[in-house]
Design a protein around this ligand. Structure first.
Ligand SMILES: NC(=O)c1ccc[n+]([C@@H]2O[C@H](COP(=O)([O-])OP(=O)(O)OC[C@H]3O[C@@H](n4cnc5c(N)ncnc54)[C@H](OP(=O)(O)O)[C@@H]3O)[C@@H](O)[C@H]2O)c1
Length: 248
């Protein structure tokens, strides 16, 4: 089957392309670097020719609600309109567990994306995943004040990105559910512990103090708001196994 992967050059998108290809599908990458801009629609109609399902794993690097909402609304509107024109009957999007509960500015954009999909005439499935194991390294790289790396206190049940990619391809292969699927890793972890273990495993030295983020945002990180519900599907690879596999 021809599957279009919006954001197919990104962290998750690259894994989705690999998984789809390994299963014998033809992956069509929709990304600016491949000549398709999903905020304007440039190049989209040509790219969607012959496509049967679309997986959306685009992203924008922002922590601001306005920028996140503007991006996800523009991309989702453009993509769904193109899918309608092309007669595509399966739209699979990746969202985040807790996006409807936690007051993070970035999540405003993800929730706006979900709402547009819910209202669309294109049959859809949304996979809400927890944080990826890779989140530990991302936090280590970005949460730093000068030479000091900080580890925010947060309860999370992280999942291997490649298991998320595999589940997205499963969903693209099956009829649209018109609903949500939750996916989380096999065990709850402390983000502080994950960041410290990742830093040790990759040869970073120096103390990594734990910091509680202030306000409602920090509370949502610490009180379990981001943990999956009872009906969530549970993946296999633990953070420890992932760390061993990726860092040796
Ligand atoms: N990180 C987590 O723990 C986590 C957990 C659950 C869900 N998610 C979700 O996973 C998704 C993917 O995240 P990621 O970290 O894999 O993203 P990423 O590595 O930043 O990749 C973003 C992708 O979006 C594409 N893109 C950006 N702007 C575009 C535009 N205007 N038109 C077309 N393509 C565009 C980029 O390609 P070009 O730059 O070439 O355009 C790239 O392929 C996000 O929606 C995120 O919310 C993340």
């Amino acid at each position: 089957m021809r599957i279009a992967i919006a954001g197919g050059t990104g962290l998750l998108g690259g894994l989705v392309v690999d998984e789809a290809t390994a299963r014998g599908h033809h992956g069509v990458v929709l990304a600016r670097s491949r000549g398709v801009d999903l905020t304007t629609g440039a190049g989209l109609d040509e790219a969607l020719q012959g496509v049967e399902a679309v997986i959306d794993v685009t992203n924008v690097a922002t922590l601001k609600a306005e920028a996140s909402t503007a991006f996800f609304e523009a991309v989702t509107r453009t993509l769904l309109a193109g899918e309608e024109r092309a007669g595509i009957r399966r739209h699979v999007a990746l969202s985040i567990v807790g996006v409807d509960r936690a007051p993070f500015d970035y999540y405003a954009g993800k929730r706006a994306q979900e709402r547009l999909i819910e209202a669309s005439t294109v049959p859809w499935t949304i996979l809400r995943a927890t944080q990826f194991h890779e989140f530990a390294g991302q936090i280590h790289a970005t949460a730093a004040v000068g030479p000091v790396h900080l580890a925010p206190r947060m309860r999370t049940q992280p999942i291997a990105a490649r298991e998320v990619a595999s589940r997205l391809v499963d969903l693209a292969e099956s009829p649209a559910r018109g609903g949500y699927v939750e996916l989380a890793g096999p065990r709850e972890e402390s983000l502080v512990d994950m960041v410290r273990r990742w830093a040790r495993a990759t040869g970073h030295r120096g103390p990594i103090p734990a910091v509680p983020l202030p306000g409602r945002l920090g509370r949502a990180q610490r009180d379990g708001t981001l943990l999956p519900g009872d009906a969530a599907e549970i993946g296999e690879e633990t953070f420890a196994d992932w760390l061993r596999r990726t860092t040796g």
